[in-house]
Design a protein around this ligand. Structure first.
Ligand code: URP
Ligand code: ZN
Ligand code: ZN
Length: 473
């Protein structure tokens, strides 16, 4: 099967070029001006991309599909979550595989892979979330995971009594990463201090969703971010701080990067648009915005835009961790600490960042591609097979119409949740067609992918590259 994408503007992290793209089988074989006329190329399918962008498939390095959490399980399984991703122009994601306490890492991976079997509509990899090095997984087993293409270790410094690890576990994992070439990822909040604040708030009779943010002040994020940075420096491993939400955690990352330390950070779409006042919406509507770290005071939004513009933060993920508002979030109607933490977002990242980032002049088009595609690919061992457009790469491509208007609403989303964080927002610019390794999975804005087409991707170690066809052929 071959596909010729004609007349579009091919956008990468560095260039925007008027060019045709020829896809043969699963890979990009040729890129150049006017291929059809000049080289007499004939393809099985021709897609007219005039007036459109041709982007690399976006990569989301932070998702939670079919994950038990907060007394329930995220509503999007691999199929519905990946359909949402595909509709939003994301062709690959890296999901968190959580080690259940007392079990091994290989049990966790087997469990996560069985949940994905036959359901995948895009490609995926896994980060291993280390929760227990005493009764469950061993350091030796952890060290063996990069050989299987699982090249990132995640640790939660919050969620006391659930996923949280102590500093000993954090530091020992960092030491293993320094040996094996894995990337350490941290959810950076001081879980002990937050636990005290939550208990005190509840004892004082505060049960509403707004107390989710009031008991997780930005300083608890700043402290944990700094602690993780300093410990990673001692251990000698690279560090990636997930879902950075505020100035207090941006600052230590900025300082570390200025000093040349191997420290990286992401923020998520929602932190640019949702602020702490959303949690105060009446009739329990605030519960829709209970995710962690919480929505922050509004001035942090400019801090985050500046951080992604100036390369203090390197990626924008979604932290898609969807629960229904009607049933699952309602578990915390009388106690904010029982509201499952997490929100949806996989479907709308590209639309929102294109409209409010590129369209409103906060970041350039090439920087958007870098933040959503190229940097996640580089940081998580998928580059250059994914994350850019070049001969030999996987033909993961998005044909994006920068003029098309779209109103975001839960009424027509792929995610199984019953709300959308950006309900009613009108964006200019939307995904039209998506190819996954040469297969059309979104056509005219409709998801047409057959479950099973997606694959597990073995990722390269941090700083190493995944071979492309051009290199291996
Ligand atoms: O609230 C969130 N973010 N839920 C998902 C788990 C996590 O902390 O990433
Ligand atoms: Zn987290
Ligand atoms: Zn998360």
């Amino acid at each position: 099967m071959s596909v010729l994408i004609k007349g579009g503007r091919v956008v990468t992290a560095t260039d925007t070029t008027a060019a045709d793209v020829l896809v043969e089988g699963e890979r990009i074989s040729l890129i150049g001006a006017d291929l059809a006329a000049r080289l007499d190329v004939e393809a099985d399918r021709v897609i007219d991309a005039s007036g459109k962008y041709v982007l690399p498939g976006a990569i989301d390095p932070h998702t939670h599909l079919d994950m038990p959490f907060g007394g329930t399980t995220t509503i999007d399984d691999v199929e519905s979550g990946q359909r949402a991703a595909a509709r939003g122009g994301t062709t690959c994601h890296v999901d968190f595989c959580i080690q259940a306490p007392g079990t091994s890492f290989s049990d966790a991976l087997a469990d996560w892979k069985s949940k994905a079997a036959g359901k995948q509509v895009i490609d995926m990899g896994y980060h291993i979330a280390v929760t227990d090095l005493k009764a469950g997984g061993s350091l030796e087993e952890l060290a063996s995971l990069p050989d299987e293409g699982v090249t990132s270790y995640k640790l939660f410094m919050a969620y006391k009594g659930a996923l949280m690890v102590d500093d000993e576990t954090l530091f020992k994992t960092m030491q293993v990463a320094a040996e094996t070439g894995a990337l350490v990822m941290v959810h950076a909040e001081n879980g002990d201090a937050i636990d005290v604040l939550v208990k005190q708030a509840l004892a004082d009779g505060h049960t509403e969703p707004a107390w989710h943010a009031r008991t997780r002040p930005p300083e608890t994020e700043g402290e944990a971010t700094n602690r993780a940075i300093q410990l990673a420096r001692v251990a000698g491993c690279p560090l990636y701080v997930v879902h950075v939400s505020c100035r207090e955690s941006v600052e230590p990352i900025r300082r570390a990067r200025e000093a040349g330390w191997d420290v990286h950070g992401e923020t998520c779409t929602q932190y640019f648009f949702v602020d702490e006042t959303f949690l105060e919406r009446p009739d329990f509507e605030g519960a829709k915005f209970v995710y962690t770290p919480p929505p922050r005071a509004r001035p942090n939004q400019d801090v985050l835009w500046n951080a992604v513009r100036t390369d203090v933060l390197s990626a924008i993920s979604t932290d898609h961790c969807a629960f229904t508002w009607g049933e699952q979030k309602a578990m915390g109607r009388d106690d904010f600490s029982k509201i499952p933490n997490g929100g949806p977002g996989l479907e709308n990242r590209l639309q929102m960042i294109h409209h409010f980032g590129v369209g409103e002049g906060r970041i350039g088009l090439n920087r958007m591609v870098e933040l959503l595609c190229t940097n996640p690919a580089k940081l998580f061992g998928l580059y250059p097979r994914k994350g850019t457009i070049a001969a030999g790469c996987d033909a993961d491509l998005v044909i994006f119409d920068p003029e098309k208007r779209h109103t975001i609403t839960a009424a027509n989303q792929q995610s199984k949740t019953d709300y959308n964080l950006y309900e009613g927002t009108e964006v200019v610019g939307d995904v039209e067609t998506v190819l996954l390794r040469g297969n059309v999975i979104v056509d005219g804005g409709e998801v047409v992918a057959q479950p099973g087409i997606g694959q597990f991707v073995r990722r390269a170690r941090f700083g190493e590259q995944l071979a492309t066809a051009a290199v291996t052929a």
